[in-house]
Design a protein around this ligand. Structure first.
Ligand code: GRF
Length: 203
C-alpha cells in the first residue's frame, strides 16, 4: 500500500515512519511521497534526505480550500498514493477530501481522544489537571479529531510538567503508535464497525 504523508512543520512523526520503513516495520506499506502545505519546513528536508519526493502544495497559493485540496489530490494521485497519513498536518480538510480517502486516511493527535481535541492539546490537558495523557491514531472524519480510534498510548502527567515536558513524553509514544497503525492499515488488518476499529490478528 502506497502512502502519502501530509506534513506542516518539524516532521518528527514523518521521521518515525521513514525509520520504520527503512527497518522493514511498515511492510507492506511504502511511503510514496511527502507533501507539505508550508514551504521550507524541516519535514521536507527529512523526506528528501530519505530519498522521497518532497513536495510543497502551499495553501496560500490557492483561492479556496477546495482548489488547494484539488491540487493536493492531484499530487497524491500522481504518486500512486492509496492511503494518506496526516503527520502534524495543520490544515482542516473538507468532507469531500475525507470522503475521497475514506478508510484510507489517518491522523495522529497528541491526547487521549475524545479528551482535548484541537491545536492546544497539551496546554488544555495541563489546565484541566489530568493525571494521564497520551496520543491517539484515528481514522479521519470531517469533524476535527473525531474519527474512530485505531491505537492509543498513555503517559503519566507529572508534577511540574509544562507543555514542553509533557509534549516530549507524549511524542515518544506517537513515534511508536503511528508506524504501527500505518503497518496495520497497509497489511489490511483494520476494519471499521461504526466507531469501533477491529484489529485482525497477524497470520
Ligand atoms: C505532533 O504532536 C502531532 O501529534 C501533532 O502535531 C505534532 C507534529 O509534530 N498533530 P511533528 O511535526 O511530527 O514533529
Amino acid at each position: 500500500m502506497r502512502f502519502g504523508v501530509l506534513v506542516s512543520g518539524r516532521g518528527s512523526n514523518l521521521q518515525s515512519l521513514l525509520d520504520a520503513e527503512r527497518e522493514g516495520r511498515l511492510d507492506p506499506g511504502v511511503i510514496a511521497c511527502v507533501v507539505s502545505n508550508r514551504p521550507g519546513v524541516q519535514a521536507l528536508t527529512r523526506a528528501s534526505d530519505a530519498g522521497k519526493p518532497a513536495i510543497v502544495v502551499d495553501h496560500k497559493a490557492y483561492p479556496s480550500r477546495e482548489s488547494f485540496e484539488a491540487a493536493l489530490v492531484g499530487t497524491l494521485e500522481a504518486h500512486g498514493v492509496q492511503a494518506v497519513v496526516l503527520a502534524g498536518f495543520m490544515r482542516l480538510l473538507t468532507p469531500g477530501f475525507v470522503a475521497r480517502w475514506r478508510d484510507r486516511l489517518i491522523n495522529i493527535h497528541p491526547s487521549l481522544l475524545p479528551a482535548f481535541p484541537g491545536a492546544h492539546a497539551h496546554r488544555d490537558a495541563l489546565a484541566y489537571g489530568v493525571k494521564v495523557s497520551g496520543c491517539t491514531v484515528h481514522f479521519v472524519e470531517p469533524e476535527m479529531d473525531a474519527g474512530p480510534i485505531i491505537l492509543q498510548a498513555a503517559v503519566p502527567v507529572l508534577d511540574g510538567d509544562v507543555e514542553e515536558t509533557l509534549a516530549a513524553r507524549v511524542l515518544a509514544e506517537e513515534h511508536v503508535i503511528l508506524p504501527r497503525a500505518v503497518q496495520l492499515l497497509a497489511a489490511g488488518r483494520l476494519s471499521r464497525e461504526g466507531r469501533h476499529v477491529r484489529i485482525a490478528p497477524s497470520v
